[in-house]
Design a protein around this ligand. Structure first.
Ligand code: HC1
Ligand code: SF4
Length: 574
């Protein structure tokens, strides 16, 4: 252990800790703008400079190792004055449009400007460069991610989140020097023309509003206010947990009932559960796996409910497309059932015939779901996708006191009933665990195989595997970097029967549309909550969902039937 003092407070930290870790442990706030607990520190913003006895110059706390018996000062008059001047320089290059910015209220620069009561004394010099007048600072070409480099503070976190420390996509990298330096795409292309997979991890770490999810929430509120169509919303498994964080609750707090009540107050006529369609996905995908096993074809089967992963395959490895399950994702299945299936029939003949259509919105922890909803094969299943962060904005815009709502709302039916299997879709390994539970049933091994598969759980950025008696070996790629690692060795072809890939580490609970968090344990906390919901569920296997079974007996006949294929399956193209 290392013993040191921070502002006179004695503190003990582990070997390898930084001065920033020590300050935080001592309960001392040191400002940062370019630091994120899940990425390497670059020490570029200089906001975290601290004084260390014996050092002639201030040191950046985020990269300076804590040393035995150090005496550290974080709040001297000289440091405060330096930070204030630093902020003035940053603000001199930042547009002053906070009121209209999507990051308003969550922007770290805005927070620091307020903390340091900065009165901007320097002349405003916009970003971009006279040398590169052609450089596009704003880019709205992607259906998932918007960029506005005029707001960039050059922290580099987006480049790291997209690079080797994160998604290994390298879509964003720095170009230019001095005042011209900006994180741009290769050849300064529009995001839609790059190999961006829409995962949104860059938006999770951007401390300002330079990278955000393409905002759809304004359109949703306007559409609801027009009251022209029957409206329905579906909510993803991971959202009911993370939404709590947006309203100051402890990470891992489950807010299912509160969220349902809030969605009704926002103005939706029907509130449904994506988990219902996750159970349905298991019936379709599990049956598809059984058929492929019987035919010995196109194995291993890759899951296809993560649109970031599907994008990656289409862009980088189209040869793998035959291995992707043709089953639509739960979001798209749910949309199809709402627009053209059981819910439309319930609304009456005009809806059943397609003459009238309900307005369908989904709330997802994922930015790539926006792009998925626009895929040509499935366009129209879902009208608008909003992220967990956007849902919080909608709730605030409506003046709803989320924390004061009772946690007692219930989903509408049909399309609202679900099992614990649908819930665990929100965590890395959950889709496979749900599939294994139902495959055991298909194989007549339900009593002999375990319900819980702990080998498949966890948020570490690795490939997880398990041997399932009667089925074979299965794998989980926790994050797109883990998938690339698995594919580097051709043995995956012979080793596995089924492989789950989620593009974001942790699965959907770590999705690019989730609340931004500086808690290093945030993924673990959300994951625990997701498995707790499953443990408490009265039914925990997808095939036990009575409404799903009813759907088969009335409309879809049986899993993978022609009727099911028409509504619940899709195709992929390079
Ligand atoms: Fe997901 Fe899924 S689990 S992809 O992460 O298969 O986004 O939560 O809704 O569609 O169910 C996301 C989450 C989500 C789908 C389901
Ligand atoms: Fe990279 Fe994902 Fe951001 Fe695209 S969305 S730029 S792939 S981190």
């Amino acid at each position: 252990m290392i013993h040191l003092t921070v502002n006179g407070r004695s503190i003990e930290v582990d070997e390898g800790s930084t001065l920033l870790d020590a300050a935080r442990k001592a309960g001392v706030h040191v400002p940062t703008l370019c630091h994120h607990p899940r990425l390497p520190s670059r020490a570029v913003c200089r906001m975290c400079l601290v004084e260390v006895d014996g050092e002639s110059r201030p040191q950046p706390a985020c990269v300076t190792p804590a040393k035995q018996a150090s005496r550290v000062t974080t709040d001297s008059a000289a440091l405060e004055s330096f930070r204030n001047t630093n902020m003035q320089w940053l603000l001199a290059r930042h547009p002053n449009d906070c009121m209209r910015c999507e990051a308003n209220g969550s922007c770290q620069l805005q927070g620091l400007a307020s903390d340091y009561q900065v009165v901007n004394a320097f002349e405003f010099v916009p970003r971009g460069s006279p040398e590169h007048p052609e450089r596009h600072l704003t880019d709205h070409t992607s259906p998932s991610i918007w960029r506005d480099l005029s707001k960039c503070v050059e922290c580099g976190l987006c480049a790291d989140a997209c690079g080797d420390a994160g998604q290994r996509q390298h879509v964003i990298g720095f170009a230019g020097h001095g005042s011209d330096r900006l994180p741009v795409t290769v050849f300064d292309q529009s995001l839609a023309d790059t190999n961006c997979i829409s995962c949104g991890q860059c938006t999770l770490v951007c401390p300002v509003g330079a990278l955000i999810e393409a905002p759809d929430w304004h359109d949703v509120l306007h559409t609801l206010d027009a009251h022209r169509r029957v409206s329905a919303v579906q909510v993803a498994p991971a959202t009911r947990v993370a939404i709590s964080e947006e309203f100051g609750m402890e990470p891992g707090t489950v807010s299912t009932g509160r969220m349902i009540n809030a969605l009704r107050q926002v103005g939706f006529d029907y509130v449904f559960d994506t988990n219902f369609a996750a159970d349905l996905t298991i019936m379709e995908e599990g049956t598809e796996l059984m058929t492929r096993l019987k035919d010995g074809q196109k194995l291993p089967l890759f899951t296809s409910c993560c649109p970031g992963w599907v994008n990656w395959v289409e862009i980088n490895r189209p040869d793998l497309l035959p291995h992707l399950s043709t089953t639509k994702s739960p979001q798209q299945m749910h949309g199809a059932m709402t627009k053209r299936g059981v819910f439309a029939s319930m609304l009456g003949p005009a809806f059943a015939s397609g003459e009238a259509e309900p307005y369908v919105v989904s709330v997802m922890p994922c930015t790539a779901k926006k792009d998925e909803a626009r895929r040509p094969d499935m366009a129209g299943d879902v009208d608008h996708v909003v992220t967990t962060r956007e849902l919080a904005k909608m709730i605030r815009a409506r003046g709803i006191a989320f924390g004061a709502l009772p946690d007692d709302g219930t989903f509408d039916n049909p399309l609202g009933e679900s099992t614990g299997a649908g819930q665990i879709f929100g965590a890395s390994g959950g889709v496979m665990e749900a599939m294994v539970r139902t495959a055991a049933h298909f194989l007549g091994e339900e009593d002999s195989l375990p319900l819980e598969w702990h080998q498949l759980r966890g948020v570490d950025k690795v490939v997880k595997t398990a041997d399932v008696p009667g089925l074979g070996r299965v794998a989980i790629c926790n994050g797109i970097a883990a998938a690339q690692e698995l594919l580097e060795d051709e043995s995956w072809r012979q080793t596995f029967v089924a492989i789950e890939v989620m593009a974001c580490v942790g699965g959907c609970l770590g999705g690019g549309g989730e609340p931004k968090s500086m808690d290093p344990l945030i993924l673990e906390k959300r994951m625990k909550a997701i498995y707790a919901i499953d443990r408490q569920a009265p039914k925990r296997r997808a095939h036990e969902n009575q409404d799903v079974q009813k759907l088969y007996s009335t409309q879809l006949k049986h899993p993978n039937s022609p009727q099911a294929h028409a509504l619940l399956h899709t195709s992929f193209a390079p």
